[in-house]
Design a protein around this ligand. Structure first.
Ligand code: SAM
Length: 195
């Protein structure tokens, strides 16, 4: 019997392939808006938000519907095309951008808050550092960056509050973390505040 485990997607081409199939991305896509994101929007009352790894854009759409300027970025052009199609008829809609979270130099605006549901854990260590620098550049001082990430990343990096605090230590304080069973698997929510 062949017990070879299929490797999770990591490149934009691999994610494009997954998003091109009508069902395979439902492994991670969740139609429920996380309570942690709802609370963040309620308590911080942002005028502008940035979502990293927005996929089909459900969460950015939730934010935009509240009259907030929402931007979602993902390096899968297929995901972004689908995200744009889904909101085409909406009066209030997010801006969706194809971009790599490790290099977002085309985005010049500074955001009140940013968030990421399941993108950070797709990155290797070098890319995580670039991601941390980009979030620092794009977030206003004392802005919050919220992350949901698996405790064991698809590339088998162990993520924990200590690990996240260290990765972001140059530009952020980790002010809170919470164990979660979102998507059933052990994971955490992390609240980082930009210095
Ligand atoms: C697990 S999916 C989560 C998607 C969405 N946040 C959700 O919860 O439905 C991870 C997403 O991150 C995106 N992604 C992974 N690495 C990325 C990178 N370096 N730059 C931009 N997007 C990336 C993938 O294309 C994918 O849409």
């Amino acid at each position: 019997m062949n017990k070879t485990k299929s490797k999770p997607p990591s490149t934009s081409e691999q994610f494009n392939k997954v998003y091109s199939s009508p069902i395979s991305h439902w492994v991670w896509s969740d139609i429920r808006i996380p309570q942690e994101l709802i609370e963040l929007i309620k308590t911080k009352n942002p005028k502008t938000t940035l979502e990293l790894g927005c996929g089909l854009g459900l969460f950015s759409n939730f934010v935009a519907k509240q009259g907030i300027k929402a931007t979602g970025v993902d390096f899968s052009s297929v995901a972004i095309e689908n995200a744009m199609r889904r909101v085409a008829e909406n009066e209030l809609k997010p801006e969706f951008i194809v971009g790599d979270v490790t290099n977002l130099e085309t985005i010049k605006e500074k955001f009140d808050i940013s968030y990421d549901v399941g993108c950070f854990h797709c990155l290797n260590e070098e890319s995580q550092q670039k991601y941390a620098s980009e979030v620092y550049r794009l977030l206003k001082p004392v802005g919050t960056h919220l992350i949901w990430a698996l405790d064991l990343s698809p590339s088998e990096i162990k993520l924990s509050p200590d690990y996240i605090a260290k990765t972001f230590e140059n530009g952020f304080h980790l002010v809170n973390s919470k164990f979660s069973r979102r998507r059933i698997i052990a994971s955490h929510w992390y609240w980082l505040v930009r210095k």
